[in-house]
Design a protein around this ligand. Structure first.
Ligand SMILES: Nc1ncnc2c1ncn2[C@@H]1O[C@H](COP(=O)(O)OP(=O)(O)OP(=O)(O)O)[C@@H](O)[C@H]1O
Ligand SMILES: [Mg+2]
Length: 328
């Protein structure tokens, strides 16, 4: 298959590329390719952070090194740090913040109810955890301590929801702010101690939230700084998954970096005497490669071979990096 623009060419054409994401169906090699990309960026001399927002982490096992809880220099690769975000801690912190806000609001509205029930209903669902992790990712992006960020596992659903909802969010938050302002002035009017200026944490939160979402949207749709890469195998389901992602992302104006095809069996390694199932697999892959060529015309950036073992440790990862950055 002919590659119109390779991963390396894409990177060279985007000198300000800063936020990169790897998405795709489960098990297709997102973590491996995020790791390979990060190694490649570090080798180009860029101060790089490989971060995982996935609650089920695999960076430590990929790198054979504990990178949980804080950005940790990767041994043997200058310029590279890796970081598995502490999901539990992030979620607990978000819960505490929400609890404070609800408690404040109940006091403000003079409702004598314990906040616990409200907090529970606001936080006891998977969407809450997902958005807590998403906010954590945004915080890392805003901190701006690295030249390149590689996020393992694209927050596909969240990015899509965020961008699709962001104008609705803005409207909603503006409306909330307006009604908060009215309530505030009414309260002041009714209050005996008129001149006592009260801080309004709920309002502060809303304004802050709206601004953060707008900043996140600006970064995530900036096609000089951001690129989402999609990993697939030459197989039906992984192709269907990234096809859907690419359509969503196109609709929302999120920049698509391209497609990486992983675990390709090399024809030259399958001899005449190879086992039947290997020859069958090769034929199957070749069929799907045609489909990939038709569906993702001009978007395929790299073809990564199926290695003889799983990808673990920096040596193996460096090899994957070379294949990802190979210029055809
Ligand atoms: N080209 C390859 N050759 C051989 N093994 C590979 C290759 N790419 C990935 N693997 C192996 O396949 C397994 C799955 O890869 P990886 O963990 O990167 O997938 P993932 O998409 O991140 O999975 P998940 O959806 O569970 O996060 C790992 O054991 C990895 O080492
Ligand atoms: Mg993974």
């Amino acid at each position: 298959m002919r590659i119109e623009k390779s991963f390396r060419q894409f990177v060279e054409e985007h000198p300000n590329l800063k936020y990169t994401f790897f998405g795709g169906k489960g098990g297709v090699g997102k973590t491996v390719l995020a790791g390979a990309a990060a190694v490649g960026f570090a080798r180009l001399g860029k101060r790089t952070l490989l971060a995982s927002t996935n609650p089920v982490h695999s960076l430590s096992s990929l790198l054979d090194q504990d990178v949980f809880g804080k950005p940790t220099p990767v041994e043997g690769i200058p310029n590279l740090w890796a970081y598995e975000i502490d999901t539990r801690d992030t979620i607990e912190r978000s819960k505490r913040e929400i609890k404070e806000k609800i408690e404040w609001f109940l006091r403000f509205a003079e409702i004598r109810t314990k906040a616990d029930e409200f907090v529970e209903s606001a936080t006891m669902n998977p969407a809450f955890e997902e958005s807590a992790m998403f906010e954590n990712m945004i915080d890392i992006m805003f901190k701006d301590e690295y030249e390149v960020y590689v996020f393992d596992t694209a927050p596909t659903a969240n990015a899509r929801r965020l961008l699709g909802m962001s104008s609705v969010y803005s409207l909603w938050v503006d409306k909330m702010i307006k009604s908060r302002q009215e309530a505030q002035s009414l309260r002041k009017l009714l209050s005996y101690s008129k001149d006592k200026e009260e801080k309004d944490p709920l309002m502060e939160y809303l304004v802050n939230f709206r601004d953060r979402m707008m900043r996140a949207k600006a970064l995530l749709t900036d096609d000089e700084k951001t690129a989402f890469f999609f990993v697939t195998l030459p197989e039906a389901l992984p192709i269907a998954v990234i096809r859907r992602f690419i359509n969503w992302f196109t609709d929302f104006g999120i920049p698509i970096g391209g497609v990486v095809v992983n675990m390709l069996i090399r024809e030259e390694e399958v001899g005449e005497g190879a086992a039947e199932f290997i020859r069958n697999r090769l034929t199957m892959q070749q069929r799907y490669m045609q489909e990939i060529e038709e569906l993702f015309d001009g978007l395929v950036r790299a073809l990564i071979p199926l290695y003889e073992t799983e990808v673990r440790g920096v040596n193996m990862l460096s090899r994957a990096a070379e294949d990802l950055f190979a210029s055809p």
